[in-house]
Write a protein that binds this ligand. Structure first.
Ligand code: PEP
Length: 257
């Protein structure tokens, strides 16, 4: 029902040349994969070249961030229409590193979500608790705040009444990524049970009509050797993967677990 999505978040890694080398090596390794959506989110500067290199392949292309305004005096930023123009199909929004180092709030996440939908770019909305929050038993409260804040109108909408079909169809465009901050880049993965508990909680927050359609990815030190047990859980629909997505063999291993 929900086609799994395996997404590589390259963060600030890879020049254009390195990105092209990666893609040329990975394409033959995954050419027969049809049961999963595969996605690479390189740095902005590599998107355009990778669009050409991935043309006709089974690997989709995305960005790691964007501004919510179309254009304007926002030095150093990139907008949704710019991403659309270079062929980005997905965009990661609200990654914990954006929240932690670039002061991204739920309100900003919400604006970016609507901007992405407006331009037909598929948003991957991230949420996740810190270690301190988990130890204080605040995980579900934090996740609920991030999801409700990030989704705003979409989440509280009476989908059968006041909102149009367009809003209902928006949900089929949306992916959520649960990424416990303590598991990102640390080598500590949430156990499949811990992840499933939060994924089920997130699904329970979504409007009933759409809850079963929305893909919820897990992120946090996913690797070829732990992906299978995570993917066996009913509410885990894929992975958002940093470190282990940077080597062609490892990316292929994540997809072909
Ligand atoms: C991420 O980049 O979102 C991530 C989960 O990183 P890593 O897989 O390296 O923990």
């Amino acid at each position: 029902m929900r086609k799994p999505l395996m997404a590589g978040n390259w963060k600030m890694h890879m020049t254009e040349t390195e990105a092209l080398d990666f893609v040329n090596q990975v394409k033959p390794l995954v050419k027969d994969v049809t049961d999963k959506t595969m996605l690479i989110c390189p740095p902005f500067l590599a998107i355009s070249k990778l669009k050409e290199a991935l043309a006709g392949s089974n690997i989709a292309l995305g960005a790691q961030n964007m501004h919510f305004e179309d254009k304007g005096a926002f030095t150093g930023e990139v907008s949704a229409p710019m991403l659309k123009a270079v062929g980005a199909e997905y965009v990661i929004i609200g990654h914990s590193e954006r929240r932690q180092y670039f002061c991204e709030t739920d309100e900003i996440v919400n604006k970016k979500l609507f901007a992405a939908l407006n331009y037909g770019i598929l948003p991957i909305i991230c949420c996740g608790e810190t270690l301190e929050q988990r130890e204080k038993n605040e995980t579900m409260k934090v996740i609920e705040t991030q999801i409700k804040g990030g989704f705003g109108d979409l989440l509280t909408a009476d989908l059968k009444g006041t909102f149009s079909d367009l809003v209902i169809s928006d949900w089929s465009q949306i992916t959520i990524a649960y990424e416990p901050v303590w598991a990102i880049g640390t080598g500590k993965t949430a156990s499949p049970e811990q992840a499933q508990e939060v994924h089920a909680f997130i699904r329970g927050l979504l409007p009933k009509d759409v809850a079963q359609e929305v893909r919820i990815l897990y992120g946090g030190s996913v690797k070829p050797d732990n992906v299978k047990e995570l993917m066996a859980k009913p509410d885990i629909d894929g992975g958002l993967v940093g470190g282990a997505s940077l080597k062609p063999e490892s990316f292929a291993g994540l997809v072909k677990y």
